[in-house]
Design a binder for this molecule. Structure first.
Ligand code: ATP
Ligand code: MG
Length: 192
């Protein structure tokens, strides 16, 4: 389908919809290109600058090494939950990764409902849902039914349709090229 005339216009020339006030928004950063988490942490920086309360739940990162963004965010007063930091995996029935994801989800569900944060980042939340470790319907319902003033940023590849539908702003990072594909390993200060 070719873009319509309206789509081809820069955004400031488009007809404006009537103004609408909402207490909070849901952002989704998805796609196979680099920048999903980076953009989420850019939003965290903005929120902190406004004196907002910010929470980050990381679903996949290894707790063994602390990312640079985690260290800075904690120093700025951001509440940060990651593996090895309150998440447990003391289950015989589940694989370690699945148990960690479920534990992260329990924390995230609490934070979304509590209304104690102005921005909550669910970093890499799409992966445990797409792997079937978390019930997607439960996750998206909790985002939809969150405390009204809590803005949410979700990151991860292959965001499910249900999440895209409920989000206000969805950005797809497209991979043009990535250093990793030519054998360059993840770099401190650039990738973590
Ligand atoms: P970043 O945290 O750098 O913004 P991301 O959140 O978009 O990346 P993830 O899917 O969370 O990407 O992947 C995590 C790791 O994989 C990061 O170290 C990131 O730099 C790297 N990465 C992201 N996109 C690609 C890609 N297209 N090819 C190879 N590695 C990638
Ligand atoms: Mg990421």
């Amino acid at each position: 389908m070719s873009p319509t005339r309206t789509e081809a216009l820069p955004s400031h020339d488009r007809p404006r919809p009537p103004r609408r006030h909402v207490p909070s928004v849901v952002l989704v950063n998805t796609g196979d290109g680099k920048g999903k988490s980076t953009a989420a942490f850019g939003t965290v920086m903005r929120a902190v600058a406004r004196g907002w309360r910010v929470g980050v739940v990381q679903f996949m990162k290894s707790g063994r090494y602390r990312t640079g963004e985690e260290q800075v965010a904690r120093d700025l007063g951001v509440d940060w939950w990651t593996i090895g930091d309150g998440f447990t995996w003391e289950s015989d029935d589940l694989g370690r990764s699945e148990a960690i994801a479920r534990s992260a989800w329990e924390q995230a569900a609490h934070v979304l409902a509590a209304g104690e944060h102005d921005v909550v980042v669910l970093d890499e939340v799409t992966y445990p849902v797409n792997y079937g470790w978390l019930d997607g319907h439960e996750v998206w319902a909790a985002v939809r039914d969150r405390a009204p003033a809590t803005n949410v940023v979700c990151t991860g590849r292959n965001a499910p349709e249900e999440l895209i539908a409920l989000a206000d702003t969805v950005t797809e990072m497209r991979n043009v090229k990535h250093a990793y594909q030519t054998g360059v390993r993840a770099r401190r200060g650039i990738d973590f």
